[in-house]
Design a protein around this ligand. Structure first.
Ligand code: PLP
Length: 402
């Protein structure tokens, strides 16, 4: 069914679009799933006479096109551009800048984003300036102080402290300063929030997380409404070549089909766990955008459809909680001790020793007593039982050591 026909019948609600975005039944065979087109080159009818605009596999590919169309649709943009990883998408967004320019960047961004900014962008003359973007006065002051800021890099909710940034407010500040706004929408997904609708120039995803959703593919995506940015990004996608394989594109597309139901279930589980953790004596603080005392609760209600499926908390004990946090993460049986997030299975980790090791001894360092959960779609009762048993086991381990 054509896009306009579906819209005309009002069968274009988000849940429906996740199931159909990027591909309708194949015109040739009627297949309801996009084919994985592995060909790296395409026959030309005469010199430079391309069929369907296809010539070489790095430049364009039909399976990749389906995925790019899907993310453009779901983010309510007009262009989607696919990469081999979230970091490749991040690097390609940076190609929009020139040496001498600066990027204002959320101060608890994904550790790999900060590593790239600090260790690579700087060498090419682009300065990252970390700021707490939940603090609008601090962001505004940084923009005023540094007229060479050409890009504002927002992550919300942030990782691992689940701070929430008011996207519309940051867009206003950035626009007044003549800077582009980029939102890393990996944690929320377009099911929970759509930054392009709030005036953001570019949305980024690690498709490795919720969009893929099954811990079986690494990928990255950008989406935009701006033709000028899309043209420059496409040029670099081809020129620098960090493109995903057709099979990887197909896996992300397959994951997308269930995005809405996965996000509903995982968010409901996370809300339940966050409330349960809040009542525990071993827990000093719970970070979850859905809790009533979350510092940006009003922004959450305005900006997000649901508070998401990431939860973090600080473990408390007389020794500071760091050993207990490690003990807890090692003692769960259902929660798997692993990096990454956003899939059907629940994961647990200690950011200071795992995902955020690269920001150790920097202003972005996190407490060693912090535990992060990526809540999956299992039975919430089983997840609670698992954490309950792990808390008990980590106490006895500690006592045995003492
Ligand atoms: C994982 C992640 C990235 C990097 O994506 P990769 O696919 O691992 O390269 C970027 N931003 C956020 C928020 C992430 O969670």
């Amino acid at each position: 069914m054509q896009e306009n026909e579906r819209a005309a019948r009002r069968m274009d609600r988000f849940e429906t679009r996740t199931v159909h975005a990027g591909f309708d039944a194949d015109g040739l065979t009627g297949a309801v799933v996009p084919p994985i087109q592995m060909s790296t080159t395409f026959k030309q009818d005469g010199v430079g006479q391309l069929r369907e605009g296809l010539d070489y596999g790095r430049t364009d590919n039909p399976t990749r096109r389906a995925l790019e169309g899907a993310i453009a649709d779901l983010e309510n943009g007009s262009h989607g551009i696919a990469y081999a990883s979230g970091m490749a998408a991040t690097q390609n967004a940076l190609y929009l800048l020139d040496p001498g320019q600066a990027v204002l960047i959320s101060d608890d961004v994904y550790g790999g984003t900060w590593r790239l900014a600090d260790k690579v962008w700087r060498r090419y003359g682009i300065e990252p300036i970390p700021v707490d973007m939940a603090d609008l006065d601090a962001s505004s002051a940084a923009l005023t102080a540094r007229p060479n800021v050409s890009m504002v890099w927002v992550e919300t909710p942030t990782n691992p402290l689940l701070k929430v940034v008011d996207i519309s407010a940051v867009v206003r500040l950035a626009a007044a300063a003549g800077a582009l706004t980029v939102v890393d929408n990996t944690f929320a997904t377009p099911y929970l929030q759509r930054p392009l609708e709030l005036g953001v120039d570019l949305v980024l995803h690690s498709a490795t997380k919720y969009l893929g959703g099954h811990s079986d593919v690494v990928g990255g995506l950008l989406a935009t409404r701006r033709d000028d940015l899309a043209e420059r990004l496409r040029f670099h996608q081809n020129a620098a070549g960090a493109v995903p394989s057709p099979f990887d594109c197909w896996l992300v597309l397959r994951g997308l089909r269930t995005l809405a139901v996965r996000m509903e279930r995982a968010s409901a589980n996370a809300a339940l766990l966050a409330a349960w953790l809040t009542g525990r004596g071993e827990v000093a603080r719970v970070h979850y955008p859905g809790l009533p005392d979350h510092p940006q609760r009003q922004v959450v209600d305005r900006q997000m459809r649901l508070p998401g499926a990431m939860v973090s908390f600080e473990v408390a004990d007389a020794a500071g909680g760091a050993d207990r946090a490690r003990g807890l993460a090692a003692a769960t049986r259902l929660f798997t001790l692993a990096e990454s997030l956003g899939a059907v299975e629940s994961l647990i980790e200690v950011p200071a020793g795992m995902t955020h090791q690269s920001v150790e001894e920097t202003p972005l360092a996190v407490s060693p007593a912090l535990v992060r959960l990526s809540v999956g779609i299992e039975s919430a009762d089983d997840l609670v039982d698992d954490l309950d048993a792990a808390f008990a086991a980590s106490t006895s381990v500690k006592q045995a050591q003492d």
